[in-house]
Design a protein around this ligand. Structure first.
Ligand code: FES
Length: 356
């Protein structure tokens, strides 16, 4: 990826790093230029264009501290709203000129999405995390079935563009669900790619179409996908969509990978409450077994660091000194002492001591 030049030679940078903490340097340097950081990747907002109902596409130019990404990965984007830095994960499309295109749907009550969709000004600077996520395709060998719902289309678009740039080396069926037609994003682009590449087939499905609603992933017929059993499946969408796709296909295809962008529904949810001791502050909280630790702590007014809220960026990880947690997606329990937990995909099963 191209990156913005930052006017600090490496030797000076090393000297600065020895003299002051990166946080202190950033505090003062960004008073002069918001992109002058010692280590923190930042990006400037270059443009914003409509991309479907309540959705916009932002183009961002990162500074040189950002290490780039593979199509299909995610990044955490941080904005400051009323004095608080809030972070959310998005799956950008890397563009040829070194910029990133991020499509943001304004969610009801969503502070970050609402800010990015309508309030952030061209020229504003946001923080960027380094890219994360395993849903990438280095050298695809198996034919693919890509399943996207809602904003889950954004990593799929990046993957399809990347495959098109490689001449579409394998067969690709992309199935893209939205509630209604005006919520679909990138359709013209995806259909143009399908017209140019006979191995790519794109199918859009509308679950709330007034005249002819389409079936959801758990009920739809998949006979149109050739050799389904030999396909690698990638799925991205809300937690319920990903769970349904997994239940439908995992074990019946060559490989199944998925990422959910909302908290998955609890499997085998447990009832009742537990006591959670926060070791650093000495506070004891009563949290429900039926929700993730992140949600439970937020409901008590705490603000644990977090990014993706889906168990892949590791921003919310914290030490667990004792007690058992349950993985919210798989239902698996983990009671091994002195290990780390990801708050967003862990629900308390017993009383806990957390290193918070
Ligand atoms: S917020 Fe990303 S892993 Fe929990």
């Amino acid at each position: 990826m191209n990156a913005l030049p930052v006017p600090k030679p490496p030797r000076l940078q090393r000297a600065v790093r020895r003299a002051v903490s990166p946080a202190l340097f950033d505090f003062w340097a960004t008073r002069f230029n918001p992109l002058w950081t010692l280590e923190q990747p930042m990006a400037r907002l270059l443009s914003r264009t409509p991309a479907g109902r309540d959705a916009v596409t932002l183009v961002l130019r990162p500074n040189r501290h950002w290490r780039g990404m593979l199509p299909g990965q995610h990044v955490n984007v941080g904005v400051e709203i009323e004095g608080r830095r809030l972070v959310r994960s998005y799956s950008p499309t890397p563009l040829d000129d070194g910029t990133l295109a991020i499509t943001v749907k304004a969610m009801p009550g969503g502070l970050v999405s609402g800010h990015l969709a309508s309030k952030a000004r061209i020229g504003d600077v946001v923080t960027l995390g380094q890219a994360f996520g395993e849903m990438t395709l280095a050298a695809p060998r198996d034919d693919l079935l890509l399943l996207a719902a809602g904003s889950g289309i954004t990593p799929m678009r990046a993957l399809v563009r990347s495959l098109a740039a490689q001449g579409m080396p394998v067969k690709v069926d992309l199935m893209y669900w939205a509630r209604q037609r005006d919520e679909l994003c990138f359709v013209d682009e995806l259909q143009a790619l399908a017209a140019a590449h006979p191995r790519l087939r794109v199918r859009t499905l509308l679950t709330r179409d007034e005249s002819h609603p389409d079936e959801r992933i758990d009920a739809i017929t998949l006979t149109s996908v050739d050799d389904l059993a030999s396909r690698r499946v990638l799925a991205c969408g809300p937690g319920g969509f990903v769970q349904a796709a997994r239940a439908r296909l995992e074990g019946g295809v060559a490989r199944f990978d998925a990422e959910a962008f909302s908290a998955p529904a609890l499997v085998d949810g447990e009832e009742g409450e537990v006591q959670v001791l926060l070791a650093r502050s000495g506070r004891t909280l009563t949290l429900a077994r039926g929700q993730s630790l992140l949600e439970g702590l937020e409901a008590q007014g705490l603000r644990p660091a977090h990014g993706c809220r889906m168990g892949i960026c590791n921003t919310c990880v914290c030490g667990r000194e004792s007690g058992t947690v349950r993985h919210t997606l798989t239902g698996a329990h983990n009671g091994e002492p002195s290990t780390q937990v990801r708050l967003c995909v862990s629900a308390p099963s017993t009383d806990l001591v957390l290193d918070l």
